[in-house]
Write a protein that binds this ligand. Structure first.
Ligand SMILES: [Zn+2]
Length: 67
């Protein structure tokens, strides 16, 4: 025991792409990287991709309520 060292994480896990990124914004308690933030803003609401974003974002705004 005692071999486990808590490493300081580089970056945070983005809720949309689920990758650790260093730059981004915080929404509620979650993190969105700059890439996804930009994608989200530039994606039209009629784009199927937008639904994916909403699905991912729903995890932030309504955690486990409708499950
Ligand atoms: Zn991301």
């Amino acid at each position: 025991m005692g071999m486990l060292v808590a490493k300081k994480q580089i970056g945070e896990k983005c809720v949309i792409c689920e990758q650790a990124k260093r730059k981004g914004i915080h929404l509620y308690t979650s993190f969105i990287c700059v890439d996804c933030e930009h994608d989200l803003i530039s994606t039209d609401t009629s784009n199927p991709k937008y639904k994916y974003f909403l699905k991912q974002l729903r995890k932030i705004t309504n955690p486990e309520i409708f499950s």
